[in-house]
Design a protein around this ligand. Structure first.
Ligand code: ATP
Ligand code: MG
Length: 369
């Protein structure tokens, strides 16, 4: 790992919107450092303040309090031409592509080059060719946006965002309108640009799957605050906050596996020496003969209900659903925790009540997302 150099430093950021009848605190006291070469995921439900926060990075949204430093330069102190110049080093892509429908693909990509750059016409056209080749769309130069698929339109938007050789690319829900396969190819493109151009990427999404695919760090936002952050493996194997856990579970199917398990009469009647637990672990602990230890050291019998291992950043991350039985079950769990494994003990009646509650809400159309 190269030494970390800060690329984006947000410090003490508040964003408050004053409206006639109310004040909305969209972002509250956020500190955030994104290092050069990071693909930094920001997740949160709708209204959490994600878009507002990233618009502060390029000063499209002005903060009420706080400082914004990008590549060592205080953007919050810049104005006019200097600010416009600094902004060209921060590309941005969106859910709805924002292409100009009456212009060709080539002209869409060329557009940022017409604004204040010093390139000759030929240099601009060469740059357009280079950018279209980079995103795999050389053959579409003379087509119009309406002739392209959603994934192709997003590639055009990416090419356009890269026209001024930015150091940072901000992606605000750029894959939210795409099917899973197309999403995968756009994420792979972002990863490739990160690796080949050294591009720093800030990826806003509500899909943990996307974070898992390419991010090395992640922050979880709720009600304008960052409630949890860290490197991908730590967050996935050892989430501290309930909301983080919820997001992770949407991407691992632990939620549906647990819902299935707690519907079984056997699980609803666990004895005093039995615990329903979900263990998650990253890296080395995967290889430990942990399950065998439970019996050998504590005479605790594990009954495996479900399990899953995935590879995140080349490291195995495992999840196991178990019923543990034995008089020393709590000692055994303490031991497991001591081995760096995240232990979640499921209170079955409480978990079932929460599920019923969620189902009732969904029926009334009050889902969170
Ligand atoms: N220009 C504005 N004026 C007033 N309120 C705003 C403005 N922009 C955002 N808000 C409010 O700030 C809060 C955060 O909005 P924001 O768009 O940043 O959320 P988000 O996390 O990006 O949500 P989504 O996932 O739906 O895009 C919301 O309550 C929103 O209504
Ligand atoms: Mg948003």
């Amino acid at each position: 790992m190269a030494e970390a150099t800060p690329m984006i430093e947000l410090s003490g950021i508040d964003v408050t919107f004053k409206e006639a009848d109310r004040t909305v605190s969209a972002v509250k006291q956020v500190d955030l450092t994104v290092n050069k070469g990071d693909i930094y995921g920001i997740v949160g439900y709708s209204g959490a303040g994600k878009s507002t926060l990233v618009r502060v990075i390029n000063q499209l949204q002005l903060q009420t309090n706080g400082t914004v430093t990008v590549n060592g330069q205080r953007l919050d102190q810049l104005h006019g031409k200097a600010l416009r110049q600094a902004r060209t080093k921060i590309g941005m892509i969106f859910q709805h592509f924002n292409l100009m429908n009456e212009r060709t693909i080539g002209d869409n990509v060329r557009f940022p080059l017409l604004l204040g750059t010093t390139l000759s016409k030929q240099q601009q056209l060469d740059k357009v060719d280079e950018l279209l080749a980079l995103v795999g769309l050389s053959d579409k130069k003379n087509d119009y946006p309406a002739q392209l698929s959603g994934g192709q339109k997003q590639r055009v938007a990416i090419a356009r965002a890269l026209a001024n050789d930015p150091e940072i690319l901000i992606s605000d829900e750029a894959t939210s309108a795409l099917d899973p396969k197309t999403t995968g190819s756009i994420l792979a493109l972002l990863k490739r640009l990160n690796e080949t151009l050294g591009l720093t990427v800030v990826l806003i999404t509500h899909e943990m799957q996307a974070v898992k695919a390419i991010c090395n760090r992640v922050a979880v936002m709720q009600s304008g605050e960052i409630i949890e952050r860290g490197d991908l493996l730590t967050i996935f194997s050892n989430p501290k906050e309930q909301l983080t856990q919820e997001f992770i579970e949407t991407s691992t199917q632990v939620d549906s596996a647990l819902a299935n398990v707690v519907s079984q009469p056997r699980i609803q009647q666990l004895g005093v020496d039995e615990r329903l637990v979900v263990l998650s672990y990253a890296g080395a602990s995967t290889d430990d003969p942990l399950i065998a230890q439970l019996y050998e050291q504590f005479k605790v019998t594990p009954n495996i209900l479900f399990g899953n291992v995935e590879i995140l950043q080349k490291t195995p991350v495992g999840t196991l659903g178990l019923v543990l039985s034995g008089t020393a079950v709590d000692d055994a769990l303490a031991y497991v925790k001591g081995q760096g494994v995240h232990v979640r003990v499921i209170d079955v009646p409480k978990y079932r009540a929460e599920l019923a509650n969620k189902a009732a809400k969904a029926n009334r159309g009050e889902g969170d997302a």
